[in-house]
Design a protein around this ligand. Structure first.
Ligand code: F3S
Length: 74
């Protein structure tokens, strides 16, 4: 069974290291101050799931959160 995930950035933790956007530009974009935000408002496409986990592993502030998509539903 495949579990769909969402990825987001915790703005209270992000310090603008930009590793996420370098590793997964499809998933993260930087604002005018260099802080990251998620580029998608939907589930991470299956071909980008590995990149999402790689970005999370490389964020020194542990600012990237990955959750099952169902938990993000209202
Ligand atoms: Fe911020 Fe971490 Fe990316 S600090 S810019 S979420 S690598």
């Amino acid at each position: 069974m495949t579990i769909e995930i969402i990825v987001r950035v915790d703005p209270d933790k992000c310090q603008g290291h930009a590793r996420c956007s370098a590793l997964a530009p499809e998933l993260f974009e930087l604002d005018e101050f260099g802080y990251a935000r998620q580029a998608l408002n939907s589930c991470v496409p299956s071909e980008l799931v590995d990149k999402a986990y790689m970005a999370r592993a490389n964020c020194p502030e542990e600012a990237i959160v990955i959750e099952p998509a169902s938990r993000a539903d209202p």
